[in-house]
Design a protein around this ligand. Structure first.
Ligand code: SF4
Ligand code: SF4
Ligand code: FES
Length: 367
């Protein structure tokens, strides 16, 4: 018979009060539980104990119990938090701990919500566009550039920041036009990436991702379990650069001379932006890189997944006039970017039958 570590330490388990939302998309309510809590436990431990005792059908999503998978997002006493990183010792002993599902996303059941909004926004965000003439594996960048964006790469996609943002929290109607803080830092990360050949990240964030809706309340930063300074290091600098560019006197002059529809565009530029910008609306929020072609080559490529060996066009050089100078219009448009690493004709989401991901070890011979 094992020894109870709590008793061995001489500290008896205490009974604590919990209120947990139970229900599904048709409705539900808070239910009271009195549950045993041991020293050092987190809220997720208590939920597991409830599942093992009086509420075996309580639904809760989790995976790592180490604050790294981003699955156990929930609202604890009204604050968006990770269940596995919220220690019971942070509450008063007499305090009732209330656990509810994320409010911004539709409930599936109990504490499990449908966060697919975030995956749609991820698909809409234009992918990293490396230089077309540099092969994967040959990318090189300065350590200082690696470190600049490292903060944003810590994101565990718990979507607590998305959940807390008032722009969409109680406003479903804003969701189509607002990607949210998690994807603003993705845009910011790519904007500062020296090998990303898209030069319109901030303009895209402003015009297509709804950056302008954000009024820098910093709630997203406050709830981020990875302590990413979403607003100070991602959103605000990007807003400042949008403003810099928009109010650049040369850009202003260019916009005055050439009205929007009259500005000449390179074919690569127009192709790229039409794929990234307009197709989102045309396909109900699904991003397509090349206007959604459905030819058999694209179909084949989708079936093969990412084709790193494909032939890709070289990036188009900035247009120069006969005197070798950049025309003024060059200041108002982004340069041509390299194609998406997923291929130019791949549409997302891939149909289920085209999802061919295999774990790298799966095909290795077993000894
Ligand atoms: S700072 Fe902006 S993105 Fe973050 S929660 Fe506030 S409005 Fe939303
Ligand atoms: S930025 Fe922070 S809060 Fe937002 S999804 Fe990533 S880890 Fe979670
Ligand atoms: S279970 Fe993975 S972050 Fe909580």
């Amino acid at each position: 018979m094992g020894t109870d570590p709590q008793q061995a330490a001489g500290k008896p388990a205490a009974k604590r009060q919990f209120r947990i939302w139970r229900g599904d998309e048709t409705g539900g309510d808070l239910q009271d539980y009195t549950v045993e809590v041991n020293e050092g436990e987190v809220v997720l431990d208590v939920i597991h104990r409830l599942q093992a005792t009086e509420a075996p059908d309580l639904a809760c999503r989790w995976n790592c119990k180490a604050g790294k998978c981003g699955s156990c997002s929930m609202e604890i006493n009204g604050k968006p938090r990770l269940g596995c990183m919220t220690r019971m010792s942070t509450f008063e002993e007499a305090e009732t701990v209330t656990v509810t599902p994320l409010r911004t996303f539709p409930v599936i059941r109990d504490l499990v919500t449908d966060v697919s909004f975030n995956y749609e926004k991820a698909r809409e965000t234009p992918a990293f566009a490396p230089p077309a003439d540099v092969a994967p594996g040959d990318y090189r960048m300065q350590q200082i550039d690696v470190e600049r964006s490292q903060e944003f790469r810590k994101c565990i996609e718990c979507f607590l920041c998305q959940n807390v943002c008032h722009v969409i929290r109680d406003h479903d109607e804003n969701k189509p036009a607002f990607s949210g803080p998690r994807f603003f830092i993705r845009a910011s990360e790519l904007d500062m990436h020296p090998l990303d050949t898209r030069t319109d990240r901030k303009e895209y964030a402003q015009s297509e991702m709804g950056l302008g809706f954000c009024n820098i309340t910093k709630c997203c930063t406050e709830v981020c379990p990875e302590h990413i300074k979403i607003t100070d290091n991602g959103i605000i600098p990007m807003k400042e650069r949008v403003v810099d560019r928009r109010y650049d006197p040369l850009v202003w002059l260019g916009n005055k001379i050439f009205r929007r529809g009259q500005v000449p565009q390179t074919s690569a530029t127009s192709g790229h932006s039409s794929g990234a910008v307009t197709s989102g609306a045309a396909h109900g929020g699904v991003h397509s890189h090349a206007g959604g072609s459905h030819d058999s080559g694209a179909e084949r490529q989708a079936q093969q997944g990412v084709n790193w060996q494909r032939e890709v066009p070289h990036p188009t050089a900035p247009a120069v006039d006969s005197s070798g100078k950049l025309p003024l219009t060059e200041l108002t448009f982004d340069r041509a970017a390299a194609p998406s690493p997923f291929g130019d004709d791949v549409e997302f989401p891939l149909p289920a039958e085209h999802l061919n991901f295999a774990h790298p070890q799966q095909d290795e011979p077993k000894h």
